[in-house]
Design a protein around this ligand. Structure first.
Ligand code: ADP
Ligand code: MG
Length: 212
């Protein structure tokens, strides 16, 4: 039995009060199954259908170990599209509201480089972006990932469909081996297992069956 109260998790009082303010009275099933493992620092493959609260699961997970006094990128979330990256950024900003001055930056293609580079120079704790643009910033040297704690592959099934595997590999090569890697997906095609075998360390697996 897993309990569904957020207060059962070892979270700061500030984060618990933000979660309450957001009106999240209990964890969704994927949150209840994944958060205890994420907060222990384990790598994870989590599968649950769209709308099940996966963003808050990894959002809370990556905020938990974040050091606001270190202005380098400590968490990177890779998403398949700009729209999804914008949604994830919004949700993480909502969750980070009570924490002091945590910068969340979106880096997506189809947007000019100048403002992105300017924001990176000021420092960002969390970067949410699409693989192509994140890879371009790494190549330019405008983004550095040597202080990364948490890497999230969100909608991993769609990123594979869209042919992002080479970008994802190139990005992961620039991250520290000691990082925590969290893979979230709505479906579980064959490619996910290979992706996990390449980039995750002894991942725990959680799955919430869709109700038909
Ligand atoms: P997914 O990524 O699994 O498709 P989202 O993370 O986008 O789903 O979440 C769907 C909706 O559920 C969002 O509007 C989010 O604010 C809301 N939500 C997330 N967690 C909870 C919770 N514990 N209680 C109530 N609503 C939640
Ligand atoms: Mg999602």
């Amino acid at each position: 039995m897993t309990t569904s109260a957020f207060s059962s998790l070892p979270l700061s009082a500030a984060l618990l009060s933000t979660i309450e303010d957001l009106g999240y009275s209990a964890m969704t099933p994927i949150q209840a199954q994944s958060l205890p493992l994420i907060l222990k620092g384990q790598d994870l493959i989590a599968q649950a259908k769209t709308g099940s609260g996966k963003t808050a699961a990894f959002g809370i997970g990556l905020l938990h170990p974040l050091n606001p006094r270190y202005f380098g990128c400590q968490a990177l979330v890779l998403c398949p599209t700009r729209e999804l990256a914008d949604q994830v950024t919004k949700e993480i900003r909502r969750l980070a509201r009570a924490a002091d001055n945590i910068k969340v930056l979106t880096l997506c293609g189809g947007m000019p480089f100048g403002p992105q580079i300017g924001s990176l120079e000021h420092g960002a704790h969390i970067v949410v972006g699409t693989p192509g643009r994140v890879q371009e910033h790494l190549a330019k040297g405008t983004l550095k990932l040597d202080g990364l704690n948490t890497l999230v592959l969100d909608e991993a099934d769609r990123m594979l469909d869209m042919g992002f595997i080479d970008s994802i590999s190139a990005i992961i090569e620039q991250t520290p081996a000691r990082r925590q890697t969290l893979l979230f997906s709505a479906t579980y095609p064959e490619g996910i297992e290979q992706l996990a075998a390449r980039f995750l360390k002894k991942p725990a697996r959680v799955e919430v069956e869709s109700q038909h």
